[in-house]
Design a protein around this ligand. Structure first.
Ligand SMILES: [Zn+2]
Length: 77
C-alpha cells in the first residue's frame, strides 16, 4: 500500500540487530503523503513520497482559490 505514485518507491526489508546480536526481520516504509496535485491538467489526490514533494516532481497549485475569488468579484461588479 505504501508506495509513491511518482517514483514507485515502496517498502524495503532488512534485519534488526539488537545489542546482543539477536536478529529479526524488519521493514522500512517510505514517508508517503496524500496530496492534492495537478495531474494531466486536473486536481487529483495522489500518494507521493516526501522526497518527490521536496524535489518538486509534482505540480501543486497553491492559492488557486484566490484568483478565482478575484474573478468572481470582478464579475459581480
Ligand atoms: Zn517518490
Amino acid at each position: 500500500m505504501a508506495k509513491c505514485e511518482v517514483c514507485g518507491k515502496g517498502v524495503a526489508f532488512g534485519i534488526k540487530v539488537s545489542h546482543s546480536h539477536r536478529r529479526s526481520n524488519r521493514m522500512w516504509k517510505p514517508n508517503i503523503k496524500r496530496v492534492r496535485a495537478i495531474v494531466n491538467g486536473e486536481h487529483k489526490k495522489v500518494y507521493v513520497c516526501t522526497r518527490c514533494l521536496r524535489s518538486g516532481k509534482v505540480e501543486r497549485n497553491y492559492g488557486s482559490a484566490a484568483p478565482v475569488a478575484a474573478e468572481a468579484i470582478v464579475a459581480a461588479e
